[in-house]
Design a protein around this ligand. Structure first.
Ligand SMILES: Nc1ncnc2c1ncn2[C@@H]1O[C@H](COP(=O)(O)OP(=O)(O)OP(=O)(O)O)[C@@H](O)[C@H]1O
Length: 250
């Protein structure tokens, strides 16, 4: 640790990135750099450390599936992924426009993974994200209703820039579920983006919601301003299991 009054003062001011860069610069011969360049390097260090910490915090809060960075997307597996659309989504305009993304396809085709990759990219662009499975979200809201945290939970869900709702259409909805879903989507309509993944094709969602009037209201807030990625093909789980078993010795 450097013993220097400037280093101590930077640390006292909680400018830890600058302090570290100051210590590094002190150990190097940087006489060829002018004052502005050296100060610029210190400030750059501080900014990149703060950006890195803020991103780590956003990712921790987002609770995305691990290791789902967009650059690791597997485009080789034939599953009907519209690569051009996916690349456009990664560029982030849909976030500014508060649009939604609906990912459908059979089990294991990579819907959750792609949804998390989009949310991960949004976090890198400075947005907040949160991943939740629909049955869990509805359970949490039901518990919140009983223990007085309902409004707080709704507020939390409303504030998130990118809400990933996984496994839409897996469980049967009762009337309270439908109303909770409408509350969540109504709060978010025009103020945030929602990603939904489902094994059910979109044309079956209305019937799956189970009440025509509420289904109209829910889907009106979700589908009309949404990009759709409809995947098909074999499960990546099966493919990976086959690869593992053929690679392992008898
Ligand atoms: N691009 C990818 N790169 C690496 N692994 C992937 C990728 N896409 C999917 N996988 C892996 O394939 C498996 C299935 O993916 P995922 O859970 O996203 O499928 P799903 O379509 O959401 O399935 P389900 O409908 O059953 O929830 C997971 O183990 C996931 O980690």
């Amino acid at each position: 640790m450097l013993n220097h009054p400037t280093y101590d003062k930077l640390t006292r001011l909680k400018l830890f990135g600058m302090a570290r860069a100051f210590a590094e610069q002190s150990a190097l011969d940087l006489d060829h750099l002018g004052f502005e360049e050296r100060l610029g390097l210190l400030v750059e260090h501080e900014v990149s450390e703060r950006d890195g910490k803020a991103l780590a915090l956003r990712l921790q809060r987002a609770k995305l599936k691990p290791n789902t960075a967009a650059e690791d997307t597997d485009y080789r597996h034939a599953r009907g992924l519209d690569k051009a659309l996916f690349q456009r989504l990664l560029a982030g305009l849909w976030l500014k426009e508060k649009q939604n993304v609906l990912l459908t396809g059979p089990t294991g085709v990579g819907k959750t993974w792609l949804a998390c990759a989009l949310a991960h990219q949004a976090c890198r662009m400075g947005r907040s994200a949160y991943y939740v499975r629909l049955p869990r979200m509805l359970d949490e809201l039901a518990i919140g209703r009983a223990d007085g945290r309902y409004m707080k939970l709704l507020k939390h869900l409303a504030k998130i820039d990118v809400l990933v709702i996984d496994d839409w259409g897996l469980a049967v909805l009762d009337d309270a579920h439908r109303r909770d879903l409408l509350e969540v989507l109504d709060d978010r309509h025009g103020s945030g983006s929602t990603i939904v993944t489902s094994q059910l094709p979109i044309e079956h969602w209305h019937a799956a919601i189970g009440d025509a009037t509420l289904a109209d209201a829910i889907l009106d807030r979700l589908v009309h301003n949404a990009h759709q990625l409809n995947l098909k093909g074999d499960s990546l789980r099966k493919k990976r299991a086959n690869l593992t078993s053929s690679a392992s010795p008898e």
